[in-house]
Design a binder for this molecule. Structure first.
Ligand code: PLP
Length: 391
């Protein structure tokens, strides 16, 4: 990557949002921040205890293992088995990461040459396109069907021929769309046919409601031949600040990533891996109350929006609502109207690419009463909800 490459990447929209937030706070305004997707809940007690024990353990003070601490690997393998019925080799098919965001970037950087194509959903978590640009590769955006599924067959054959990687994210941030195992099977077959590495970003694997259980792409028979999947403790366990995640799947891809990472750093800090070990070991007891709280918040905000005349649908997964910008506003105009008026911070849809224009994202990262207030403020400024074509 050259300095020129870095300079050519447009500013991160979240930076701009942050600057506005700081300006308002400096002026003494109190804000209801539902912009960023950073969980407000506490780190689970059992995780804190594990970190405290680790901090005092002399045996763990050296450099961590390059791929994964055996205890972390064992906890992850058990979790994948009990939760998804998926079996991975703890040594060859698994690697601990300091968060899935940098893991995704490193996967892209270690699997592309300048000029290669990376297939990115048209509404996307920003690192997918930005890491592609940092690699000197070219993001080609895959159209989304109205239900949020990727229309991979609509990508130009010349682009598919140059593609090395296909990224998918279900349940999706920000659209909240999810897909079935059959849909995954179609994507696996597409990746296999075109010799692509399929990267599944499963950041919201556990945040689902109303009996819906999120599937893993690795449940598709043969997926280990083409796919890797990223899981993170950030959302499901309220551990975004701990920075612990993992990638599992196709062993050649894991080896390639390991080769890249071992040249620029060591493994993930042992403290974070022990925190992750405790989280995955106790997932069955930690996650239900966290999900119950998000469901309560989702229902409160949906009810408040509906009461104000916005006929929104309740998402069945993630911690977001993905809503059309009301008529008469553009993306930043709506963000500013909410921040300057009632002091509500939301994320403009263009943070997730051009195809996100005309939408905004609300995160369920405030208690239900504040979310209700934020929703009421929105509908009182704009009594008629917008309508957008994109999912
Ligand atoms: C879709 C998606 N992937 C990855 C991440 C990053 O997660 P982590 O904290 O593991 O880096 C996020 C965070 O918002 C996300 O929404």
């Amino acid at each position: 990557m050259s300095l020129h490459t870095l300079a050519a990447i447009p500013p991160y929209v979240f930076y701009e949002l942050d600057a506005r937030r700081v300006r308002h706070r400096a002026a003494g305004k109190s804000l209801i921040d539902v912009g960023i997707g950073s969980p407000d809940g506490p780190i689970p007690d059992v995780v804190i205890e594990a970190m405290q024990r680790t901090a005092g353990d002399r045996a763990l003070s050296g450099y961590p293992a390059f791929r994964a601490h055996p205890a972390f690997a064992a906890a992850v393998v058990a979790y994948l088995g009990s939760r998804f019925g998926v079996t991975v080799d703890p040594v060859a098919e698994l690697l601990a990461l300091a968060g899935s965001k940098e893991g995704i970037a490193e996967l892209i950087l270690s699997h592309t040459n300048p000029g290669d194509v990376v297939l990115v959903p048209e509404v996307y978590y920003p690192v997918y396109a930005r890491a592609t640009q940092l690699a000197g590769a070219i993001p080609v955006f895959v159209p989304m069907l109205p239900d949020g599924r990727l229309d991979v067959e609509a990508v130009a054959p010349a682009d598919v021929a140059r593609a090395r990687v296909l990224l998918v994210n279900y349940p999706c941030n920000p659209t909240t769309a999810s897909i079935t195992l059959d849909d995954y099977a179609t994507l696996v077959a597409f990746a296999e046919r075109h010799q692509l590495l399929l990267i599944s970003d499963l950041a919201y694997s556990e945040l689902s409601f109303d009996g819906y259980r999120v599937p893993s792409v690795l449940q598709v028979p043969g997926a280990l031949r083409v796919a890797v999947e990223l899981h993170t403790c950030s959302k499901s366990f309220n551990m975004a600040g701990v920075r612990i995640a993992f990638v599992c799947g196709k062993r050649e891809a894991i080896a390639q990533l390991d080769g890249y990472r071992s040249n620029i750093g060591y493994g993930v800090t042992t403290l974070a891996q022990m925190a992750g070990t405790a989280a995955f070991t106790h997932h069955a007891t930690i996650i239900p109350p966290i999900v119950a709280e998000y469901r309560l918040r989702r229902d409160a905000v949906v009810q408040a929006l509906r009461a104000g005349g916005w006929p929104v649908e309740a998402p069945r997964a993630t911690m977001y609502l993905w809503l059309p910008v009301p008529a008469g506003y553009d993306d930043w105009g709506w963000v500013d109207a909410l921040m300057d008026g009632p002091g509500v911070v939301v994320t403009p849809g263009i943070a997730f690419g051009e195809a996100g224009r005309g939408r905004f994202r609300l995160s369920l990262v405030q208690p239900a009463d504040l979310l209700t207030r934020a929703a009421a403020a929105m509908t009182s400024i704009a009594p008629v909800m917008g309508s957008a074509l994109h999912p």
